[in-house]
Design a protein around this ligand. Structure first.
Ligand SMILES: O=C(O)C(=O)C[C@]1(C(=O)O)C=C[C@@H](O)C=C1
Length: 383
């Protein structure tokens, strides 16, 4: 009897799984169809110079699909997750058809440090937009005059610790109307160096993403104005067509924010990793016992050490002011440890509530955002 049940169960399951396979295959064909349509959208946008990222369209489409999902008893979050993932695919696909060239009569672009990863990304995006791009790197300076001759835009993307030196030593003889820009993650000093070296248009840019993004859709580029903004307005427009969001900032404010957003954050991640290493923590077993949040946290720490130490040293050592931010953090850590050692549980709760109040509406918003991330961390587990 039991055996029969098992056989029946097996047969039922097989049947249902065949049907599921069929539905998944249909989904696959629908995906192909959607990708083909998106490719056509890409071509239309390319011709007209319409930005790759269309936030209003996305919001209205998501709202409609969520409502329709609810009507047929499908989780609205499910369709939203799927559509967001599909749109990420769209950004990549639309990129391949290229982008409208906003400035036709620019002359060529020179990327100083074009062999670096960010330099390569900008070379790719500018080339996809029809610009002629040359690169100049450490060993090419003997040809500098020829390379810069007729340039309409020069973008400096060399390590932070040599940026100002390269600007002051090498970029004083650019064509008069050439735009001089940089991609450094601090802005005050490079901007001052560029304004000093070059009398024409100057702009400081800070792309707030790593070079491995795939697409610039929804990525932020901070812009610090230097001189003659009307001359480089087209460049900001061009980046918007790539999908980027332009955020204007004053250089000093930007640099101050970077002390927390980059230097302190990366430094504490570095110390976290250093601590695990010194404690000889067994990552394998930590992962076994890990909740999704811990796995995500470990991934955030671990990913740092898969990258170039020089890059992080550049960011952490770039500003004196970062040391104050990091010292303050250490002081707070010490105070909290004293509270812990004193067994002052009530104080912990009081401080916790104080911080929660300070976070205000951001706390529940972050909880909501991180829930989706944690679920994807769990989805990615295999075996
Ligand atoms: O409708 C568009 O403008 C598209 O580019 C297509 C699409 C999508 O995949 O549906 C992709 C990106 C946009 O941000 C919005 C929607």
């Amino acid at each position: 009897m039991n055996n029969k049940m098992n056989e029946k169960t097996t047969a039922d399951l097989e049947n249902l799984r065949d049907l599921i396979d069929g539905v998944d295959q249909q989904l696959l064909h629908l995906l192909r169809k959607r990708l083909d349509l998106v490719a056509q959208v890409g071509a239309v946008k390319h011709a007209a110079g319409v930005p790759i990222y269309a936030p209003q369209r996305e919001a209205s489409m998501l709202a409609k699909r969520r409502a329709e999902a609810e009507n047929i008893n499908v989780s609205p979050q499910l369709i939203e997750d799927i559509l967001r993932r599909l749109m990420r695919e769209s950004y990549l696909n639309e990129k391949d058809v290229g982008f409208k060239q906003v400035k036709q009569d620019l002359g060529h672009v020179v990327i100083v440090g074009g062999e670096g990863k960010l330099g390569q990304l900008f070379t790719q995006m500018l080339t996809l937009s029809g610009y002629k791009v040359n690169s100049i790197d450490k060993n090419d300076w003997q040809n500098a005059d020829a390379i810069f001759d007729g340039a309409g835009l020069v973008i400096v993307t060399v390590p932070i610790n040599v940026t100002c030196e390269v600007i002051a030593d090498k970029l004083t003889q650019l064509p008069e109307h050439c735009i001089l820009a940089d991609l450094t993650s601090i802005k005050q000093k490079p901007l001052a160096a560029m304004l000093e070296a070059h009398k024409g248009p100057v702009v400081g840019l800070h792309p707030m993403f790593g070079p491995d993004v795939g697409s610039l859709a929804k990525q932020v580029v901070v812009v610090c104005h230097g001189r003659e903004p009307q001359a480089y307005q087209w460049l900001l427009q061009q980046m918007e067509i790539w999908g980027a969001r332009i955020v204007e900032a004053e250089a000093e404010r930007h640099d101050k924010a970077m002390q927390l957003v980059q230097a302190m954050r990366h430094f504490s991640t570095f110390v976290y990793g250093l601590n695990l290493c010194k404690e000889e923590a067994d990552i394998e077993s930590l992962l076994q016992f890990s909740s999704p949040i811990y796995r995500l946290e470990l991934a955030m720490v671990g990913r740092l050490f898969a990258q170039d130490p020089e890059l992080y040293a550049d960011i952490i050592f770039a500003q004196q002011g970062s040391q104050h931010a990091i010292s303050d953090y250490l002081d707070n850590y010490r105070d909290a440890l004293t509270m812990l050692k004193a067994g002052n549980r009530q104080e912990f709760v009081t401080q916790f509530q104080r911080v929660a109040k300070w976070f205000g509406d951001f706390a529940p918003q972050f909880q909501h955002e991180s829930r989706a991330m944690l679920q994807s961390v769990n989805d990615m587990k295999a075996g």
